[in-house]
Design a protein around this ligand. Structure first.
Ligand code: GLP
Length: 233
């Protein structure tokens, strides 16, 4: 647990740079949302060179053009890739309406490039990537129907006259668990309940992040507000 999100983001940046520079990690699973923004800023300002590495993002809104201001493609360009280019960066193509084809293509990318280090944020309802409550733990890349609470949480990023996407392509739970190492970041009081259930609750599809209890190498980087309901330190 860290005093604030800045300290936690600093430690995650250090861990990623160490994994890259000293442990030869070359495939990074990346997340979006407001949580990793400070981390991406720190990486952008650092000396790390990802031009020999591959980035594979967790998810993308279905139906959005890559150039849409709220696409995760645009987010990644703005927050990281234009400052720190990778050799290749993969994000599901939200504009590909051929669902089977997109799913197969993304699963193939994941098969070709096993992830060394996977970053995760945490949805208020315990989702990881866009794997909403009820997601099958054996799932690979899939088209997900977003829950009402997730659609509402994402509303703030869209103009009021715009339709918020209701579906997304997401790496599945099994794809996430295949990573050699997982780092989850969660900041703020509004994440405290999900954090507590993830760590101290049962492993259940009702709270998808609880599945991380079954992975051998997971680190949680929490600020005080997100960690305050935990019994153990
Ligand atoms: C979206 C993303 C998740 C992210 C979550 C939390 O649903 N698909 O990957 O973890 O939002 O977002 P935030 O970091 O803004 O709280």
């Amino acid at each position: 647990m860290f005093a604030n999100s800045q300290e936690a983001s600093q430690k995650v940046a250090e861990r990623m740079i160490q994994a890259h520079d000293q442990e030869n990690a070359r495939v990074f699973g990346l997340a979006t949302g407001s949580t990793p923004i400070e981390l991406y800023q720190l990486l952008s300002q650092s000396a790390v060179d990802f031009s020999d590495s591959i980035a594979i993002n967790l998810d993308e809104y279905y139906g959005l053009d890559q150039n849409h201001p709220q696409s995760y493609h645009t987010y990644m360009q703005n927050h990281l890739f234009r400052h720190k280019p990778f050799a290749h960066s993969y994000i599901p193509n939200g504009h590909n309406l051929d669902v089977d084809q997109e799913i197969q293509a993304y699963d193939q990318i994941l098969k070709n490039h096993p992830i060394d280090l996977q970053l995760l944020g945490l949805g208020k309802n315990g989702h990881i990537g866009f794997n909403e409550p009820g997601s099958d733990f054996t799932s690979h890349t899939q088209l997900v129907n977003l829950t009402e609470s997730t659609i509402q949480a994402n509303q703030r990023f869209f103009n009021h006259n715009e339709t918020v996407p209701t579906q997304a392509y997401s790496m599945g739970i099994a794809s996430i668990l295949a990573a050699k190492e997982i780092i989850l970041l969660a900041f703020g009081e509004h994440k405290a309940q999900a954090v507590q259930a993830m760590v101290e609750g049962p492993v259940t599809p009702d709270l998808p992040a609880s599945v991380l209890q079954t992975h051998p190498k997971v680190s949680l980087y929490l600020d005080e507000a997100a960690a305050h309901l935990l019994k153990q330190s």
